[in-house]
Write a protein that binds this ligand. Sequence first.
Ligand SMILES: Nc1ncnc2c1ncn2[C@@H]1O[C@H](COP(=O)(O)OP(=O)(O)OP(=O)(O)O)[C@@H](O)[C@H]1O
Ligand SMILES: [Mg+2]
Length: 322
Amino acid sequence: MEPIIKVEHLTKRYKNAAVAAVDDVSFEVEPGELFAFLGPNGAGKTTTISILTTTLSKTSGHAEIAGHDLDTDATGIRRNIGIIFQNPSVDQHLSAEENIRLHVGLYGIYSYRPLYRLMSAEYRERVERLASVVGLEGQLGSPLKNYSGGMKRKLEIVRSLMHKPRVLFLDEPTAGLDPVSRASLWEYLREVRQEEGTTVFLTTHYLDEAEDSDRVCVIDNGRISRLETPAELKRQLLERVVLLDAFDREGLIAELRRLGAQVGLDEDSGLVRVPFEGMTPQSLIARIETPLSVLRVSDPTLEEAYVALLRESYTETQEVAA
Ligand SMILES: Nc1ncnc2c1ncn2[C@@H]1O[C@H](COP(=O)(O)OP(=O)(O)OP(=O)(O)O)[C@@H](O)[C@H]1O
Ligand SMILES: [Mg+2]
């Protein structure tokens, strides 16, 4: 299958900046993928998204989305994408629904007509469906000056999802949303991904949102440092351990040592800790004869792996600087 997003040697140098915000970045995204684009503040995520969504010019490099070339066919790209911007760009002087209609008109999604009651039934159904997904039903007529920050965010989301795009760019889509709205948005996104095979390009600082992603791409100082599945990233960065205990703890420890295991004590839980790099936990557990009172196999989260990765790269930077 042809990748739906192709990025080659993309570079962005802002005017007067000493270093490039995005520095020779290349990657591909497969159709239908949930692609998590992660990195610390200032890493270059929004810059990359802005270029790919045709709202910012690049310095050099090449990009293609859904077969449309960024240099020659920005309109083709815009027709195939939806964006949730990091900084809401809603117009304060309009009502919420007028903001949606303006956006829809700009993107040529539904034929633009000036009055809500004259818009197609399809348009109205979609607006109402999406408003209920994020919990804005009945509030679309209000002027935006009466909206809270979270409500503006929700409006931004409704607007971005209006035209069932093939690729959705979500730049911290749930920042500032309450937990219920956040869960409901993710439920909806799962649904559109299933029903419509939508590709999702996600940036987030909530790592649990990237846990189910197909691949994680980590960008740091404008450069890609990792591009792996979450499972592979965890495998590379975190030690997998079995935590156990027995009423006869001394006996257990002695037995584990006889079996050649590297036995330690886990600081957090106070349990006996055995890393199992290179073997399955089952093969170790099956050989233990001491009756166990506790048995836990570590199930590390993406967040743990990510933090380990960033700490590692931070330490390396310090060492280079020293
Ligand atoms: N308009 C601009 N002019 C000059 N420099 C900019 C501009 N926008 C961003 N930068 C710089 O480019 C770098 C990357 O910024 P970017 O907004 O892409 O980061 P980000 O990964 O989205 O961070 P965050 O997680 O905080 O949103 C930063 O060093 C930032 O200071
Ligand atoms: Mg950003």
